[in-house]
Ligand binder design. Structure first.
Ligand SMILES: [Zn+2]
Length: 340
């Protein structure tokens, strides 16, 4: 809840700041272009119209870019065109000046855009919030990558599987998992490929057990993974009887994970040396975390890693590799969900 309030108030604040910056630079531009009859009311009206249209266009472009149509050349051209032609046209209309004069008055507002962009790149993304696309289905049904949908033969709830052509390669790619965590062979599958979930990561929250965490993959730190945080620094983790055990005590997952079954072996895979089994428990060092995917049979997680980050256990995510906590799934709209 707190993360939602922070996220919303942050973006409202960002919007207000960019409005104020735009007003200020537009007034400069109008003076520079020697436009007559510049009243504060007109400046505010022009700014309000431009920012509203820009937000509307950005939402439209985002929606289109998540569909197949978004890859078209036409749409890629349209985006810069609306960023330039639209505001100049608005200025030209509101202040009743020719297009070129309006373009001159518009030019300084580029500084407002540059400042907003610099803030997004230097402050917003590294320290506050960042949006991601789910790369695989290893966190299904909680986070979905590109997927097929069907219905679960055991309980009838929707289930999800990785499309054959996007196959994971490790196990049968057509296995499905439902919202109640039943893992089954596909039946009644619609082979339409559905788009991946988009989710928001909050950078300043301290990760807690059961959080969805985004982190650098220890074997190749340029890759970012998203998994569920299971083991905390100093703990001894093993998986047994479908559950996670910490220092010999069975963990009870939160209600949202009712029915989840963690595996300590892969049925279709010759993998003799997994971490976090009775024989090979994962003993975490200081500043080390153990992570698992919700789709246990199709998740490449702490259990399977071979080579750790320098100076760390092979199964561990060092604290310094943590990027943040997934707080919201925000797209597509029917998948909207607050995780923390
Ligand atoms: Zn089911």
């Amino acid at each position: 809840m707190l993360s939602t309030i922070l996220l919303v108030s942050y973006f409202v604040g960002l919007l207000l700041t960019s409005v104020l910056l735009w007003v200020w630079f537009l007034r400069l531009g109008l003076r520079w272009a020697k436009v007559a009859d510049v009243t504060m009311r007109r400046v505010v009206v022009a700014t309000a119209v431009v920012i509203t249209l820009q937000v509307a266009f950005n939402v439209l472009f985002f929606v289109v870019s998540t569909s197949t149509f978004g890859q078209s050349f036409f749409f890629q051209l349209l985006e810069p065109a609306t960023a330039v032609i639209m505001p100049v046209a608005v200025i030209s209309t509101v202040f009743r000046v020719r297009f070129l004069r309006a373009a001159q008055a518009w030019l300084p507002t580029l500084f407002a855009s540059a400042l907003t962009l610099a803030f997004a790149l230097l402050v917003l993304r590294p320290f506050l919030f960042e949006a991601f696309v789910a790369p695989t289905n290893s966190m299904a049904p909680t986070l979905l990558g590109l997927h097929w949908r069907g219905s679960c033969p055991e309980c009838g709830k929707p289930n999800y599987g990785t499309p054959a052509r996007e196959g994971f390669g490790m196990t049968d790619p057509t296995r499905m998992i439902c919202d109640g965590f039943h893992v089954t062979e596909p039946s009644d599958v619609d082979t339409l490929v559905h788009s991946a979930d988009r989710f928001m990561v909050t950078k300043f929250l301290r990760p807690r057990r059961w959080d969805l965490a985004v982190f650098q993959y220890p074997e190749n730190p340029t890759d970012l993974y998203v998994k569920r945080l299971i083991g905390l620094p100093g703990e001894k983790i093993h998986i047994h009887d479908g559950a996670v055990w910490v220092d010999g005590k069975r963990l009870t997952p939160p209600d949202s994970l009712q029915g989840i079954e963690y595996l300590s072996e892969f049925p279709n895979l010759f993998e003799p040396e997994l971490w976090g089994t009775l024989d090979r428990p994962a003993v975490l060092g200081d500043n080390e975390y153990f992570v698992l995917g919700d789709f246990s049979v199709q998740s490449m997680d702490s259990r399977l890693w071979k080579q750790g980050a320098p100076g760390h256990n092979p199964f561990a995510v060092p604290e310094s590799y943590m990027h943040g906590v997934v707080t919201h799934t925000f797209w597509p709209p029917q998948r909207l969900r607050i995780h923390r």
